[in-house]
Ligand binder design. Structure first.
Ligand SMILES: Cc1ncc(COP(=O)(O)O)c(C=O)c1O
Length: 459
């Protein structure tokens, strides 16, 4: 980490700022890495050093850091109407237009968006909508939510209860209740058994889900929640046939499918939605991040007409649908999101992702030969690699070695920002406007970083 002249922004940060997902003690001693500007896919820090942001911020800045059309859209909307409520049938043009546009794009049968400010809120509202739905249908027992180990769904009480990662749950009394259940992570590399084929692995995971439903009682299980491709848990691509088979089990037991598209959504995996890449037809979709290309905070919980009709009827009986966020559907955020969707279409960002991702994936795959790499994996413009102490036994380095963090630091020293993830993985998820030559810069730096880390980790 960079450090720290007295009165530098970094030093002032250490005195004043309370960061999330940060070792607060280390921050106090070391300060922060302060970014001051962005251009294309690059960021510049307070010392003037420039970096490729190989994680698009936090998997979100799909159009990079200098998209003028989004600036213009925000300014125009701020001048016209900086705020108006979306409660109690009050509305405004950006909310209507964005609802129409996102509803039309959503993977069927999900169709009607409810706007929030973040991915966590999108999942929180999904959970509450599912519970409200089952109460309305007169089945108050049907409330349990099934997630998967290493799944990431946010930090609020419900979403954080589904985020099956120790760093989110330890110390926070999560999961918040016994309504949150957990299945095996669909990582064939880590969870596959000796001699098991990928198809066998899928069949075992599906059988595990069936067994859990029988154990708990199908009348108690409300929804299966998952990212089509897990991102923050280590970029885990599901095994062949996984989602269609899991979805079939859900249909059989009248269990809803909630697809967390907060990272996958908006072209990232080479389809508009991760659900389309992996054969999933979700009843509920959560999205955020690239909905506005990270220029402003906005997310959505998108539900099917079948669910909407049930919620609508019940809200008529109760007098209101009792969820709403002051800034849900904020006019400026909605205008920027609408402009983002227009840019995706007009510039054929999906086509661009499809054109450059074979190069991205082949550069990623080539790193599997490196002695520190156990597995590479990815889809579209998202990738991960898993660092191991021994390629044959797949043994990890001890946690104290901080293997992924060391590779991350070495890549940052070479001018590329990536992200260390659980299971000693490194996440690679550049802005979707990345050019082939920039993909080479990213992977050249990552290759160099692995070379740099090798003697350090092997001692
Ligand atoms: C898959 C997924 N869901 C939900 C979230 C939570 O989003 P937010 O940080 O906007 O609350 C994240 C954040 O990274 C995510 O990766």
């Amino acid at each position: 980490m960079t450090q720290t002249r007295p009165n530098s922004l970094s030093a002032r940060d250490a005195e004043a700022v309370f960061h999330g997902y940060t070792n607060l003690q280390a921050h106090k001693a070391q300060g922060a890495h302060v970014m001051v500007s962005g251009e294309g896919i690059r960021l510049t820090d307070e010392s003037g050093k420039s970096f490729i942001d190989g994680l698009a911020g936090l998997w979100c800045a799909g159009l990079g850091f200098s998209e003028e059309r989004l600036v213009e859209a925000a300014v125009k909307q701020m001048r016209a109407l900086p705020f108006s409520s979306s409660f109690a049938q009050r509305s405004h043009p950006p909310l209507i237009e964005l609802s129409e546009a996102l509803g039309a794009l959503a993977p069927a049968p999900a169709h009607r968006p409810f706007f929030v400010n973040s991915g966590s809120e999108a999942m929180e509202c999904a959970i509450q909508a599912v519970w409200y739905f089952n109460n309305a249908l007169g089945r108050p027992e049907k409330k349990k939510l099934v997630g998967r180990a290493r799944g990431y769904h946010g930090v609020t009480l419900g979403a954080g209860s589904l985020t099956a990662l120790a760093y989110k749950q330890d110390g926070f009394d999560l999961p918040a209740s016994d309504r949150f259940l957990r299945l095996t992570c669909p990582s064939f590399y880590r969870e596959g058994r000796p001699g098991e084929s990928e198809a066998d692995f899928t069949a075992r995971l599906v059988a595990e889900f069936e067994a859990l439903i029988q154990r708990e009682g199908p009348e108690t299980i409300a929804a299966l929640v998952g990212e089509p491709l897990m991102a923050a848990g280590g970029v885990v691509v599901p095994p062949e046939g996984y989602w269609p088979a899991m979805q079939a089990v859900c249909r059989k037991h009248d269990i809803l499918v909630v697809a967390d598209e907060v990272v996958n959504g908006f072209c990232r995996t080479g389809e508009f939605w991760g659900s389309q890449s992996f054969g999933l037809e979700p009843d509920v979709v959560t999205c955020a991040k690239q909905l506005s290309a990270a220029f402003l905070p906005i997310g959505a919980t998108i539900i099917s007409d079948r669910i909407y009709d049930v919620l609508a009827k019940r809200s008529g009986e109760l007098g209101t649908f009792g969820i709403g966020l002051t800034y849900g559907g904020h006019p400026v955020c909605a205008a920027v999101a609408l402009e983002t969707l227009k840019i995706y279409e007009e510039r054929d960002i999906l086509g661009h992702v499809r054109r450059v991702s074979p190069h991205f994936q082949s550069r990623l795959k080539a790193l599997a030969a490196h002695p520190l790499v156990g597995e590479t994996r990815g889809k579209g413009l998202i990738g991960g690699l898993e660092i191991v102490a021994d390629q044959t036994t797949r043994a990890s380095f001890p946690a104290a070695a901080k293997a992924a963090f060391k590779v991350y630091e070495a890549a940052a020293a070479r001018g590329v920002l990536l992200r260390p993830l659980p299971s000693d993985s490194i996440g690679i998820c550049p802005p979707m406007i990345v050019a082939p030559a920039e993909i080479d810069e990213i992977f050249d730096a990552l290759q160099g970083a692995l070379d740099d880390a090798l003697p350090i980790l092997r001692g």
